[in-house]
Ligand binder design. Structure first.
Ligand SMILES: [Zn+2]
Length: 236
């Protein structure tokens, strides 16, 4: 097929055509949501990212690709392709050192390190995974969104409290065209960036919207859990 200069010079149009065009001609911006292609700051409980070296297949890409970038949890939960992501993501959580097929399926295969976690709960809404080497857990909703928990979070859940997102700073470069950021509340800012949760309104330490079945399981689990490390106490 021959592309003329005129056809290449066509302006990008909004809507699905634009997404397709971006996918083919530009490297995706890892700061953008890989589903809707709008800015996606990392806000625990509302948006998180998958690094390219995890070698998780990108079900939203127009051609075989590995996911590399952020995902709005709202986009993920609404996507009809989230079962594919859920299967790939939860497999990676459990996997150790393993080979995965290259993007075009031809040898040699690629090697990746999974997180080596073990599944400790499987319910109708989510699965829960536990690290064997540190006091870390991951709750993954069957619709895709995932939540990282530390020992202090497990203690909160055991005491009937809702764990809050970490109080750490996550740098994020705001898009140039946002305007008027100084006058925005956090909620307005997140909304302008397309991050809309369905749960409680976010604050700088947002309550983590865990499924009830995960909270119930983890509250019991905390009673018998033996810590692997005591690093959380050191920083408490
Ligand atoms: Zn999105």
């Amino acid at each position: 097929m021959i592309f003329s200069a005129a056809s290449r010079a066509l302006p990008l149009r909004p809507g699905p055509n634009r997404i397709e065009t971006d996918r083919r001609t530009e490297l995706p911006d890892v700061n953008e949501c890989q589903i809707c292609r709008t800015p996606a700051p990392l806000v625990p409980g509302l948006c998180d990212g998958v690094a390219g070296y995890r070698l998780i297949r990108d079900p939203w890409a127009g051609r075989p690709s590995f996911l590399d970038g952020n995902l709005h949890f709202s986009c993920l939960a609404e996507s009809e392709k989230n079962p594919v992501f859920f299967a790939e993501f939860t497999h990676m959580l459990r996997a150790g050192h393993e080979e995965v097929d290259s993007l075009d399926g031809t040898p040699p295969p690629l090697t990746r390190m999974g997180l080596g976690m073990r599944q400790i709960f499987s319910g109708s809404e989510c699965r829960v995974f536990e690290s064997g080497v540190s006091d870390r857990w991951m709750v993954v909703r069957r619709t895709g969104p995932w939540f990282r928990l530390r020992r202090a979070d497990l203690t909160d859940i055991e005491r009937g409290r809702t764990p809050l997102s970490p109080a750490e700073v996550t740098p994020y470069r705001l898009p140039m065209d946002l305007g008027g950021v100084d006058d925005m509340s956090l909620l307005e800012l997140l909304s302008a960036l397309g991050v809309n949760g369905t749960g409680p309104q976010p604050t700088w330490r947002a309550p983590q919207p865990l499924p009830d079945e995960a909270r119930g399981f983890l509250a019991n689990h905390a009673k018998t859990y033996t810590p692997v490390t005591f690093e959380d106490e050191k920083h408490a």
